[in-house]
Design a binder for this molecule. Structure first.
Ligand code: NAP
Length: 305
């Protein structure tokens, strides 16, 4: 009997779900005590959101983050600027927020209109208030494993999902699909560190990768962050592997009321029977991104105190 076929190695049961909502709720519960301690010292953690234009998805994302702040007792304020805003005007607002002692964290929601350079915006936010972890100083600190920096929320959330689901990272073969600055690259930097909850052997795949499926099949932990709907199929997954789906893609669906629906980068229905553990999408990585944003904001307030 061949030992390398899916059927001979496939587990009997379907992959265990990694419940991002439950783990995010646990993290937010843990933050509550720290927020109370800050408030007792007269410090209310504060987060400022900046949104430029009326991108519908951005409105939804900022709305969810505002709601999380309200639930935790984090003070939040949202600045909405028109689509035509000039870069210099946005930078003036950011400098004002940098100087505002009530604001401990600043989040500029992407995407930004094309007249505004993201790199300039991210480097204008004070590194001490950069709860998104996009400032070059914090990107550098991540590479250097310097714990005084802020780490980007989505990959930090993925690492928490793995750790809290008892997935062994040390020594694991991790394959990351996507080398974006927000997910793929920082994810690789986090998991390859010589550190507890890291120490993996990491491969990053992208559009120039030869035989991407073969890389995927080696992975003990497969992390999809490409933005390609249901790209990862069952025959690309090693039986028993942990599969994390970061992607958010809108696809047409005539059966849906809106005519479309959101799917991930993983073909969940076909992959789940092969995987050992798998995130649902939605309900996996998304809630963790918000939980880690709350965590970074509380830490920014503690550091400022
Ligand atoms: P990005 O910066 O656009 O990066 C996408 C990466 O995927 C690129 O490296 C690209 O390769 C690679 N790629 C795209 N199509 C490919 C293909 N057919 N074969 C191989 N590689 C391919 O995207 P991102 O900002 O990292 O986001 C990735 C996904 O995660 C998106 O769906 C986004 O919506 C989602 N996301 C979710 C959350 C959350 O909270 N759930 C947060 C952030 C992002 P090249 O570099 O060669 O072009």
């Amino acid at each position: 009997m061949p030992s390398n076929t899916l059927t001979s190695e496939a587990p009997d049961s379907v992959g265990t779900l990694i419940d991002g909502r439950a783990i995010a709720a646990q993290i937010q519960h843990e933050l509550a005590g720290r927020i109370t301690a800050l408030i007792e010292r007269g410090i209310v953690p504060g987060l400022a959101f900046v949104r430029v234009g009326e991108d519908p998805a951005s409105k939804v994302y900022v709305g969810r983050k505002e709601k999380a702040c309200a639930e935790l007792g984090i003070f939040s304020q949202t600045h909405v600027l028109p689509e035509q805003t000039q870069e210099s005007d946005l930078l003036v607002l950011l400098e004002r927020l940098n100087a505002d002692s009530r604001v401990h964290g600043i989040l500029v929601q992407a995407p930004l209109p094309k007249q505004i350079r993201e790199s300039i915006v991210y480097s204008t936010v004070s590194p001490k208030k950069d709860v998104d972890g996009f400032h070059p100083v914090n990107v550098g600190k991540l590479m250097l494993a310097d714990p005084t920096g802020f780490q980007p929320c989505t990959p930090a959330g993925v690492r928490e999902l793995l750790v809290r689901s008892q997935v062994k990272i040390g020594g694991a073969e991790v394959v990351i699909l996507g080398r974006g600055n927000i997910v793929g690259k920082p994810m690789a930097a986090m998991l390859c560190q010589k550190d507890k909850n890291a120490n993996a052997t990491v491969t990053i795949c992208h559009s120039a990768t030869r035989d991407l499926a073969a890389h995927c099949r080696r992975a003990d932990i497969l992390i999809a962050a490409m933005g390609v709907a249901e790209f990862v199929k069952a025959d690309m997954v090693k039986p028993g592997a942990t599969v994390i789906d970061v992607g958010v893609n809108r696809v047409n669906d005539p059966a849906a009321k809106s005519g479309s629906r959101l799917v991930g980068d993983v073909d969940f229905a076909s992959v789940r029977p092969v995987a050992g553990k798998i995130t649902p999408n939605p309900g996996g990585v998304g809630p963790m991104t918000i939980a880690m944003l709350m965590s970074n904001t509380v830490r920014a307030a503690e550091m400022a105190a």
